[in-house]
Design a protein around this ligand. Structure first.
Ligand code: BTN
Length: 257
């Protein structure tokens, strides 16, 4: 993935205008966090052809062979810290929109997976640095199986079955073009949220949702919540009807049951 090819495809004002490309690195999220700590500007994008220590949510490993799109976007939002989960939903909406423009019936699964045909196409890992009541930065890491063979991915126990864009479309897609498209969708959503809040994005997320109405089990540090996923709050939390009460779940691993 040549740096020059990505640059020529960019249609954004901010996202990706500062671009760091690796043939191989440990984790684009780790690189972006290090650069954020030394003052890198909002919009920095770090992308790698291969990650040797790709990280997933909840301490999972993220297999990142050649052919996938592994990248991280640095944001310096002025939103309060409570809105960082919404940023991760926003990234999922951006990815789903770009994939839908490529004839894939992409949906979003709470909290931050993008799915198609019941399998996972993309995972999102947001890592934020909060100082007091201010967000210093958020690194939004996205891992999308694009031109790689998903059946060859190393999977941890209990992981959702992955698929790739190539597996679904039966042909390879232009990765720099797809990356540029995701960044454009993300920038539009982010700028709209910065001006007027997250409400329209949350509506779009709900319309693309794979989760609302389903029987779910969510596991977090404090245990499990089981019930029917009813709706999403303006902050991006999931409301689950347990049969006895409605519980608002802000984070956790979700499984359809
Ligand atoms: C998940 O579904 O568990 C989240 C996976 C996030 C993977 C991406 S790949 C680019 C970025 N760098 C990382 O180390 N992780 C994220």
């Amino acid at each position: 993935m040549e740096l020059s090819t990505i640059k020529t495809q960019l249609k954004t004002e901010i996202l990706g205008r500062n671009l760091v490309c690796f043939k191989e690195t440990n984790s684009t999220n780790s690189v972006a966090k290090n650069l954020a700590a030394t003052g890198a500007p909002e919009g920095l994008v770090v992308v790698a052809e291969v990650q040797t220590e790709g990280r997933g949510r909840a301490g999972h490993k993220w297999d990142s062979p050649a052919g996938g799109l592994w990248f991280s976007v640095l944001l310096r939002p002025t939103f309060p810290p409570g809105s960082t989960p919404a940023i991760s939903l926003l990234a999922g909406v951006a990815v789903a929109k770009a994939l839908r423009d490529r004839s894939l019936n992409a949906t979003v699964k709470w909290p931050n997976d993008v799915m198609a045909s019941g399998k996972k196409l993309c995972g999102i890992l947001c890592e934020a640095s909060i100082q007091g009541d201010k967000v210093e930065y958020v690194v939004v890491g996205m891992g999308m199986d694009v031109n790689n063979d998903a059946s060859k991915l190393a999977l941890e126990a209990g992981a959702i079955q992955p698929t790739s864009v190539r597996d679904l479309l039966g042909k390879e897609v232009d990765m720099p073009q797809l990356l540029a498209h995701v960044l454009l969708e993300m920038e539009k959503l982010y700028q709209r949220a910065s001006r007027g809040g997250f409400a329209p994005m949350i509506e779009e997320w709900a319309a693309l949702s794979d989760t609302i109405g389903k029987a779910v089990e969510i596991t977090d540090d404090s245990g499990k919540v089981t019930g029917t996923a009813r709706r999403i709050t303006p902050e991006g939390a999931l409301v689950v009807d347990t049969g006895k009460e409605e519980k608002v779940v802000t984070a956790g691993d979700l499984r359809y049951v």
